[in-house]
Ligand binder design. Structure first.
Ligand code: AMP
Length: 280
């Protein structure tokens, strides 16, 4: 496995692969890798001749400086995991390498990037589009792998790829969960054992809400009231939306696919956790 830090090294090694007609898969990550990331990498390894994994804690997508400061950094362990998964190339650049100048580009794909995370984390998806479009330019992958864990992010990236007419297949991969149901996340390491147990209620309640066959409004209120009733958890938002456009729905028949997206504050610090469930 090759570990490169510069764009020039990355391009040089990928040019060689392309000359041999090899397909390239890209898995963008921010490091602190776990089984969720590994599932994306393993899928890319199966579907491509060469898999590039980027590890870059992208400052432009953090609207909260403290969140960026406390984000776990585990490069050595990350590389060990990636070697086991069969990745061929790790791209781990510095901030200066990626942003020699401030990136002033503006991306706007409403409502996908303006609702939910877009509303509560202003600038977040603009930063995501800045880094992902740069990575796509450097790597020119045939396929790029993203986790449905960040459901809204996939919708925004699909819009960006369409808008910029990029010839890249966006592959959405299912959420990998802990045994308790809690979605695996790099931020879970910031939770205490007790908080982790609390956090498991998020998916439990979401799953229960799917079984109850209630209206959209009742489902919304059920989820929010059940989670808020648990001490140590506080819902920031729960939105039931069209699974493609992310526009709000008021009945189950309003869209072909319907998902519920939630953000919950958990514990003392508190840590912000996201999850979602597909209703239809
Ligand atoms: P991150 O490092 O958090 O930016 O995540 C990098 C990629 O891994 C994103 O496409 C995430 O959606 C995906 N990912 C993170 N956690 C999980 C998970 N539990 N299951 C599936 N994919 C995940």
């Amino acid at each position: 496995m090759l570990i490169v830090q510069t764009i020039a090294e990355l391009k040089a090694c990928l040019n060689g692969e392309r000359e041999q007609g090899h397909s390239v898969g890209l898995v963008p990550t921010m490091g602190a890798l776990h089984a969720g990331h590994a599932s994306l990498v393993e899928r890319s390894v199966k579907e491509n001749d060469v898999t590039v994994v980027s590890i870059f804690l992208n400052p432009t997508q953090f609207n909260d400086k403290k969140d960026l400061e406390r984000y776990p950094r585990t490069l050595e362990a990350d590389c060990e995991l990636l070697e086991k998964c069969g990745a061929q190339v790790v791209f781990a650049p510095s901030v200066e390498e990626v942003y020699p100048e401030p990136d002033t580009r503006v991306f706007s794909y409403p409502p996908t990037d303006s609702v939910m995370e877009g509303a509560f984390r202003p600038g977040h998806f603009n930063g995501v589009c800045q880094i992902v479009s740069k990575l796509f330019d450097y790597v020119e992958p045939d396929r790029a792998y993203f986790g449905e864990k960040d459901y809204q992010q996939i919708c925004v990236i699909r819009r960006m790829v369409e808008d910029l007419k990029m010839d890249i297949n966006i592959v959405a991969c299912p959420v990998i969960r802990e045994e308790s149901g809690l979605a695996r996340s790099s931020r879970n390491t910031l939770l205490s054992d007790d908080e982790r147990q609390l956090a498991a209620h998020i998916y439990r309640v979401l799953s229960e809400s799917r079984k109850k066959q209630m209206s959209v409004a009742e489902t919304h209120d059920f989820v929010v009231s059940e989670i808020d009733a648990i001490e140590g958890l506080k819902v920031q938002y729960f939105s039931i939306v069209d699974g493609l456009t992310l526009a709000d729905v008021s009945t189950w028949d309003d869209a072909e696919s319907v998902v519920g997206c939630i953000t919950v504050y958990c514990g003392a610090v508190p840590i912000r956790l996201i999850d979602h469930i597909r209703y239809k």
